[in-house]
Ligand binder design. Structure first.
Ligand code: CAA
Length: 402
């Protein structure tokens, strides 16, 4: 076992840390207040290679491993959750699915421009009445010659109005014997006739991010845009979530660190009863909890990333990492507000934004209630991972850098 990060890991980490410190942190509060995504963030992340960080060079990426993806997400969410959400959907829920399930033609058409940051990618699974219960979805795709006609509405879609490509899951077999069968995944170009989208405003957090809805009205797409086989949509969406949840776990780890650093700084500036509040043991206890949780969250996501590098299924590890890190980041942000007292309750300090942002991640990409059910099912032996037709490819530095 080796706890050292490689030189490549540290290089990528530093690159994102510098970007966040110089270009994001100084302006993020302003964009959060405006409830808009800064228009230059996506192009800039593309220029820096972040949008394809762990995609092989031959598919337009930077050729780093899956651990690097986690480290990048940790650094991005240290600055603001909205930037990590970009990686969750563009990379975790979409690009990695094309890497895993896509044909060579799909990799050339979709993955290459996405990894280069020329096209932005989103993921359309959730519907107005189907969130945790994925199998309750009603969007349909009906075969017509060598095309499919898609109809339905997807809701709570990150980057809905920014994306060029959306990986959507629709029902193709209305008479499937199991609710999780009969669904199929498709890559939809958002510019196609019949696709409309809009933003959702008034969210509690991730206000500098983009969240919306996507409507599909008789959208015709060629069968070459189908990802995987008919009926594989549920499994593909779950495999996408194994990657999306990994980025959420890593990002939440960064949010714990942001809450910790802000609290350590403030506790050494603010005085009460004639001493720095850092001198008070109840403040020290909160700081110690944040540090403990940061270390534990990091270990959990790094273990999941290590399994990804080996090409091993990591559904259980990723779900655990996501559950732990997001719950811990919510607690850390809440305690950071408490340490800052009344100032923490205002946007004069970033911790109120951390608290608002942290709440989203205990809800999206599987509520933490779902993750507890998944963990219990593994513990009882009710849940077993069966081999998939196509697994996420193991990281091979020679192949990735080719
Ligand atoms: N990878 C591949 N296949 C998987 C899998 C995985 N991780 N998990 C399950 N499967 C397979 C199973 O092997 C099984 O296959 P067979 O039919 O061949 O046996 C099949 O899928 C059905 O699996 P389950 O029986 O486990 O399904 P379930 O109905 O018991 O459980 C659930 C489902 C865990 C509740 C699941 O529906 C779930 O995770 N729900 C949460 C959904 C979610 O996270 N939504 C977030 C939306 S995206 C988002 O929020 C992003 C954004 O833009 C903000």
């Amino acid at each position: 076992m080796d706890f050292q990060l490689s030189e490549e890991h540290r290089m990528a980490q530093k690159m994102v840390r510098d970007f966040a410190a110089k270009e994001v942190i100084p302006v993020i509060q302003e964009w959060d207040s405006k409830q808009e995504m800064a228009p230059h963030f996506l192009p800039r992340m593309g220029e820096l290679g972040i949008m394809g960080i762990n995609i092989p060079v031959k598919y337009g990426g930077q050729g780093f491993d899956y651990i690097t993806l986690g480290l990048v997400c940790e650094e991005l969410e240290y600055a603001d959750s909205s930037l990590r959400v970009v990686m969750s959907v563009h990379m975790g829920l979409n690009s990695m699915a094309v890497l895993q399930w896509g044909t060579e033609d799909q990799k050339q058409r979709f993955l290459v421009p996405q990894a280069k940051g020329e096209k932005v990618a989103a993921f359309g699974l959730t519907e107005p009445d189907a969130g945790s219960d994925v199998a309750a979805m009603t969007a349909t795709a009906v075969k017509d010659g060598n095309e499919y006609i898609l109809n339905g509405e997807k809701m709570w879609i990150s980057l809905a109005t920014k994306a060029d490509h959306t990986l959507v899951v629709c029902r193709t077999d209305m008479n499937a014997d199991k609710p999780t069968s009969g669904m199929t995944a498709f890559m939809v170009e958002n510019a196609r006739d019949g696709v409309t989208s809009g933003d959702i405003h008034g969210k509690l957090g991730v206000r500098a991010g983009s969240t919306g809805w996507v409507n599909m009205q008789d959208v015709r797409i060629p069968e070459e845009n189908r990802i995987g086989e008919e009926g594989e949509g549920f499994k593909i969406s779950m495999s996408c979530l194994d990657n999306g949840r990994y980025t959420v776990a890593a990002g939440a780890t960064g949010l714990i660190k942001a809450s910790l650093d802000a609290s350590v700084k403030y506790a050494q500036e603010r005085k009460t009863f004639g001493v720095q509040i850092a001198e008070h043991q109840l403040i020290q206890q909160k700081i110690a909890h944040m540090h403990r949780d940061h270390e534990m969250a990091q270990l959990l996501y790094l273990k999941a990333g290590w399994k990804k590098n080996l090409g091993e299924r990591n559904t259980r590890e990723t779900s655990l990492a996501k559950w732990f890190a997001t719950e811990a980041s919510f607690n850390a942000a809440s305690e950071a507000v408490q340490i800052h007292g009344a100032y923490g309750y205002s946007d004069e300090y970033p911790v109120e934004r951390f608290l608002r942002n942290s709440k989203g991640a205990v809800i999206y990409e599987g509520t933490n209630e779902i993750h507890q059910l998944v963990q219990a099912a593994y513990a009882f032996g009710w849940r077993k991972d069966r081999p998939l037709r196509k697994e996420l490819p193991a990281f091979d530095p020679d192949v990735w850098q080719e």
